[in-house]
Design a protein around this ligand. Structure first.
Ligand SMILES: C[S@@+](CC[C@H](N)C(=O)[O-])C[C@H]1O[C@@H](n2cnc3c(N)ncnc32)[C@H](O)[C@@H]1O
Length: 546
């Protein structure tokens, strides 16, 4: 394990040098800012997982010496008593090192399998995605029987930790320590909750609604689906489908919301809530034209009129064009919700001379939102810079490139989707037979073919190449906008890219005909230094500008 991380560090350093030697490569545009908090959380989670896995490997290697005793029979006796509700609820980030937090409780769930040395070691996360290692002392008398531990501490086991104590040990390792088993309360794991599920439609619906109100959407959907499996009446089916639709709206999963609203509407095409939910979802997908038609099916009321007016306004703007400022405003309007991925009327096709490119499948109007997709970004953070790269501002930019790579490698370990998207970019760059991804499947549905896609592997070198050819950077930030990487270069860009939160909006800057190729510009459009522009483009293999 140690060797592995040393190798990784070596690769990073080599990559940094490579970046410095090729610094002209990395000019371009970048506007958005994203905190490094996300990266640190991922790093933390991966590190804890690795530590605990290492211990488990060790235990497995010595299992012939280890026996569990009768005292270790599984017991979930210390179920959560009510008194915990009187304690102050805090999060992992509120803890102070070496100070027991009296009369407080932190709610967490496990995210990896347990191990045991002197204490039982668990990786836990709270509702804010903070992760930490916890050591439970005095829980088990015997040493370590992994089968037993796995049963007692399953994944996603919910725990309430009373009077949590964050400890720093002699070598600076910070972890939660618990010596008193009574302070660890086993709440229900998802598995145990199964047994409590009611068997009758109304109770299922009611329980689903309760979970919905607590924003436990996934669990609520499960109950509504269970209710649908019963021999329910049409009215009941309508309610359950419509409620599922609403649950997906709350998660900004509009395609799914439409699917379930439609199932309710198949049984009653005038069901008001389902019509409303479908129309709202279509708005969420920026399909104002269809949304308007559905809103117009609602019974007339002041409220439905309000939605119709809003929808008409947006449709009119979509047809007649937004100014850049208006567009930014509209996008901001969505900021209070979590943004979703969207792919409009575009697809990837082969070009004559430039490998793959992005083409319009229908005519696209000026200022239309062509796509919304996530991106990976690193921003300058002086504290985290490596000493060797501290000298010039330019090098800071190189560091962000380097940092992105680190971030991607960390994220890829758990994020299959990211691996898949990157594999399309990478193979596109090296293979004659460029792969043609279905953008909707990859970016919106995040579709996955078991047995085929799970073989995707990318080495650190592959990632370096992807970043080398696809990342844009400025002095402060570097971005890898995966979907945007399929656009070829032209002097004057056809598109505008606006970053909002963790997404980039790709917006047309002119009317585009069906079947036309859509281009972006790889260089800063304000750069008047022709020689420099030519040099930058040459490195992309572009000698003549179209
Ligand atoms: C970000 S990728 C664009 C997608 C790429 N065509 C593909 O199939 O993966 C950049 C690469 O596309 C090619 N390319 C883009 N614009 C070009 C242009 N105007 N002329 C020639 N090649 C171009 C170059 O090979 C460049 O390195």
């Amino acid at each position: 394990m140690k060797q592995k991380s040393q190798d990784k560090l070596k690769q990073f350093l080599e990559f940094g040098k490579f970046m410095t030697q090729n610094k002209d490569q990395f000019s371009g545009i970048a506007q958005n800012m994203l905190s490094t908090q996300q990266l640190l959380q991922i790093k933390q989670k991966v590190t804890i997982k690795q530590e605990i896995e290492q211990q488990r490997d060790f235990i497995q290697g010595h299992s012939h010496n280890i026996k569990s005793t009768v005292a270790d029979q599984i017991s979930l006796a210390n179920k959560c008593p009510l008194e915990v509700e009187k304690l102050k609820k805090i999060y992992l980030e509120d803890l102070i090192v070496n100070k027991p937090m009296e009369n407080c409780v932190v709610y967490v769930k496990t995210f990896c399998k347990p191990s045991k040395m002197n204490a039982v070691n668990l990786g836990i996360e709270d509702e804010k995605n903070n992760h930490i290692h916890i050591s439970l002392y005095n829980q088990e008398k015997s040493i370590c029987d992994l089968k037993y531990l796995d049963q007692k501490y399953p994944l996603n086991l919910k725990l309430a930790i009373k009077n949590p104590y964050l400890k720093m040990n002699a070598i600076g390792h910070v972890f939660l320590r618990n010596d008193n088993p009574e302070n660890i309360l086993f709440l229900d794991s998802d598995l145990q909750q199964e047994n409590k599920i009611p068997k009758e439609f109304n109770s299922l619906k009611q329980k689903g609604n309760e979970l919905f109100n607590q924003k436990q959407y996934k669990q609520a959907v499960e109950l509504y689906l269970k209710a649908l499996q019963l021999e329910s009446t049409n009215d009941e089916k309508i309610i359950a489908n419509s409620n599922i639709s609403q649950t997906f709206i709350c998660q900004n999963k509009y395609q799914m919301a439409i699917f379930y609203a439609d199932r309710a509407l198949e049984l009653d095409q005038t069901h008001q809530k389902s019509l409303f939910r479908k129309a709202t979802s279509l708005m969420g997908l920026y399909d104002f034209e269809k949304a308007l038609k559905v809103f117009q099916l609602l019974k007339q009321s002041a409220e439905s009129q309000k939605y119709i007016d809003e929808c008409k306004y947006k449709l009119d703007k979509q047809i007649n064009g937004f100014s850049k400022d208006e567009m930014t405003e509209i996008i901001k309007y969505k900021q209070d919700k979590k943004l979703v991925n969207f792919v409009g009327n575009i697809e990837i096709r082969r070009t004559q001379k430039m490998g793959r490119g992005v083409f319009a499948t229908k005519s696209i109007r000026k200022n239309e939102i062509i796509a919304v997709c996530e991106f990976v970004q690193a921003k300058k953070n002086k504290d985290e810079m490596l000493v060797e790269y501290k000298n010039t501002d330019f090098v800071i930019n190189l560091h962000t490139q380097y940092f992105i790579r680190e971030q991607i490698i960390m994220e890829m370990q758990d994020n299959f989707y990211l691996r898949k998207v990157l594999s399309y970019l990478y193979r596109g760059e090296i293979n004659e037979e460029y792969q043609i991804p279905d953008l909707k499947e990859v970016f919106v549905k995040k579709y996955y073919k078991e047995g085929v896609d799970d073989k995707i592997e990318l080495t650190a070198d592959d990632i370096s190449n992807i970043i080398y050819y696809n990342t844009f950077g400025s002095e402060n930030t570097s971005q890898l906008i995966m979907l945007a990487s399929f656009f070829n270069h032209k002097k004057v860009s056809d598109i505008l890219q606006i970053g909002v939160e963790d997404k980039v909006f790709i917006i047309s800057q002119r009317d585009i005909e069906k079947d036309e190729e859509i281009f972006t510009s790889y260089v800063d459009q304000n750069n008047k230094d022709q020689q420099q522009v030519a040099q930058i483009l040459q490195k992309w293999g572009i000698t003549e500008e179209n």
